[in-house]
Design a protein around this ligand. Structure first.
Ligand code: C2O
Ligand code: CU
Ligand code: CU
Length: 515
């Protein structure tokens, strides 16, 4: 038997090992490539627009002798056939999915009778509304199953597209995903007078955009691999309608865009690249319309746009892949490369003429950075803001009623976040040291921060004496709901000079429950 010299044997072993490593590397590389390709989602060009867009009904209300407008909101479980013949278990307000559009006027007193008929405790928060903390519906105003909660306040802000949704600490993502969300429109003399499309459901359309995923008839709310961003769906729906189209009979249509998704940011435009007029941001109308072909909205943000239609044509509201979403990895695995055909607009053969969009929309009420009496810094990390995860019993900041502050918000966290502040509409003063683009020049309550962004915001904490409350805090947080639920949230109280936040058991409100 010929002996194999040691050297040769070693060489053979090395060759075998080498090929094993190569095979392994190929397998891993192939796996990564597969994940990479699989992570990108698009419904562009493949959406069939088979369903007529549902328009949430205007909520009925009664007006009491003292002028208070009273609404009823019932949180309930239900079932909805998003696709014919397939029943999906859902939650909704006064119905199976989403909720009616509440509508009130500047100066009006409102009261909402909230009934929780869900099997779980929840809350209803009025996102974008300026109101006292104990009426805010944040995590300290939990409503137990079978119980009611009746907040009252006076509408004290200009016309705007606001919304409402649950805010139970640790479970907001789940509650919103199951269907709890709706719009709250504020009107004022100016918005009623301006020549903007304003017939609700006709030429003034609520457009509540959510991404979803189905597993048969059921919702699939899984976060998937490498999804520190939270849930990302593989298709979108508007007002709870899959593959929606809307027949338009007017030359100009106003779309009130609301990103009610839990993690996904959209970059809206039209399939043919047409321009539109941006007339409003989160907290109301701009000073003058801005002509653009894109508007980016992260979760919780709103925009009002007016688009012009020609007789007989069709166009699609589309969400494009985003240019400012972070590095290639983030873009791919956190949704930045995804694109969606969101809503088809079908113009009738004959259109009613609409007046031109006014070139001036009026004065803009925004705080001034020069008035700031104090500044604060907020460092956004998934693990917590300023290094501290949310604690229901800790007030992080105390602000004085009637003052303006300058807040610097920074995201270096390697993933996209956004920042939402309760109670106020703020001014974006600077974006990375520069003047903000038109889309960020209006009243804002939520703003997108891809990693590597630093924003300066001017906020004014106004309101009557009822706004000073050392016991009940407002929230600021990332509106990517899995981040918020995970502790990316902080609490501030608004007090009068000389008052201090109540320490210890914060809230003093009913039905405390920590999930
Ligand atoms: Cu829309 Cu604190 O939330
Ligand atoms: Cu809010
Ligand atoms: Cu976040």
């Amino acid at each position: 038997m010929a002996r194999i010299p040691g050297k040769t044997r070693l060489r053979r072993v090395l060759v075998v090992l080498g090929s094993l490593v190569a095979v392994l590397a190929l397998a891993i590389g192939g796996g990564v490539l597969w994940l990479w390709n699989d992570a990108k989602v698009s419904t562009v060009g493949t959406t069939e627009f088979r369903n007529e867009l549902a328009v949430p009904p205007l909520a009925r209300s009664t007006v009491r002798k003292d002028g208070t407008r009273v609404f009823d909101l019932r949180m309930q479980t239900g079932e909805k056939e998003f696709t014919a013949g397939r029943r999906t278990a859902t939650w909704g307000f006064n119905g199976d999915y989403l909720g009616p559009t509440l509508r009130a006027r500047l100066g009006e007193k409102v009261e909402v009778r909230v009934r929780n008929r869900l099997p779980e405790a929840s809350t209803v928060h009025w996102h974008g509304m300026h109101l006292p903390a104990r009426m805010d519906g944040g995590p300290h105003q939990m409503v137990d199953p079978g119980r009611d909660w009746t907040p009252r306040w006076t509408v004290d802000q200009p016309a705007a597209t606001l919304w409402y949704h649950p805010h139970p600490h640790g479970a907001t993502e789940k509650h919103v995903q199951r269907g709890l969300a709706g719009m709250f429109l504020v009107d004022d003399a100016r918005s009623e007078r301006l020549a903007l499309p304003k017939r609700y459901g006709v030429d003034d359309l609520p457009v509540i955009v959510q991404d979803v995923k189905f597993d048969g008839a059921k919702f699939d709310h899984g976060h998937g691999m490498m999804r520190s961003i939270g849930f990302l769906g593989d298709r979108t729906m508007v007002n709870g309608t899959l593959d929606p189209y809307k027949v338009v009979r007017d030359e100009r249509v106003r779309l009130r865009l609301l990103n009610a998704s839990t993690a996904r940011t959209y970059d809206f435009g039209f399939s043919d690249g047409r321009e539109f007029a941006l007339v409003g941001t989160d907290g109301g109308l701009l000073e003058r319309p801005a002509t653009t072909d894109r508007i980016q909205l992260s979760p919780g943000e709103r925009a009002e746009v007016v688009v012009r239609m020609a007789p007989g044509e069709r166009t699609v509201l589309r969400s494009h892949a985003q240019g400012n979403y972070g590095d290639a990895w983030q873009k791919r695995f956190a949704g930045g490369d995804d694109s969606f055909d969101v809503l088809q607009l079908r113009a009738a053969d004959r259109l009613r003429p609409s007046p031109e969009v006014p070139s001036e929309l009026g004065e803009l009420e925004l705080p001034k950075a020069a008035d700031a009496v104090r500044s604060r810094h907020f460092d956004l990390r998934m693990s917590g803001i300023n290094g501290r995860p949310m604690d229901m019993n800790r007030v992080d900041d105390t602000v004085t009623r009637g003052t303006t502050e300058l807040w610097t918000v920074r995201n270096d966290n390697g993933m996209p976040h956004n920042f939402h502040v309760h109670d106020v509409q703020f001014r974006v003063v600077e974006v990375n040291g520069k003047t903000p683009p038109p889309a960020l020049r209006g009243r804002k309550d939520t703003v997108f921060l891809p990693s590597g962004t630093e924003l300066k915001l001017a906020l004014r904490f106004d309101g009557g004496p009822e706004f000073a409350d050392p016991d009940v805090p407002f929230m600021y947080h990332c509106h990517l709901l899995t981040h918020e639920d995970g502790g990316m949230m902080g609490q501030f109280v608004v007090v009068d000079k000389g008052q201090r936040a109540t320490s210890g058991s914060v809230g003093g409100s009913t039905d405390h429950r920590h999930p």
